[in-house]
Write a protein that binds this ligand. Structure first.
Ligand code: CA
Ligand code: CA
Length: 146
């Protein structure tokens, strides 16, 4: 995995992505995670759901985690929101973000696309789940890789 993630993202791009997650979460109790892997073994949506569970995203208090799942070599991209945020935004929101991110991907701009998607999701989360004074970082902002 390390190899494909290095091929697609420089170290500074990875740091910038973590920073964009941190920035988005400053305004919301919601949690955003980015997961990178080289290839899908199963259907991408099913695989994203497994990752969602495996990295603890089903355990946020307000069910407001959003996962950006990117499988690099086979170019599969899934955005998955937990039930709390999903029932607020509906399918159309995910489709809209997906379109925008994939548009960047098709120009080879992987980090930029993800960063844009993270920003838009952060704004949406902030609207429905504003950050409270006692907010906790329920899920670390670093990139999950497998
Ligand atoms: Ca939080
Ligand atoms: Ca976090």
């Amino acid at each position: 995995m390390a190899k494909s993630s290095e091929k697609f993202f420089s170290q500074s791009e990875k740091e910038a992505l973590v920073a964009s997650i941190r920035a988005a979460e400053l305004l919301t109790s919601g949690e955003i995670k980015l997961h990178l892997q080289s290839k899908c073994k199963a259907q991408p949506f099913e695989e994203a759901k497994k990752v969602f569970e495996k990295i603890g995203m089903t355990r946020t208090q307000e069910k407001n985690g959003i996962l950006f799942f990117l499988s690099l070599e086979d170019k599969q991209f899934v955005i998955l929101g937990d039930s709390g945020i999903h029932e607020k935004v509906h399918e159309e929101f995910w489709n809209e973000i997906r379109r925008e991110v994939i548009d960047f991907f098709s120009q080879g701009k992987f980090a930029e696309g993800l960063s844009r998607g993270i920003k838009l999701c952060g704004e949406k989360l902030a609207f429905y789940f504003p950050r409270r004074a006692d907010d906790q970082d329920e899920l670390s902002n670093d990139i999950s890789v497998s």
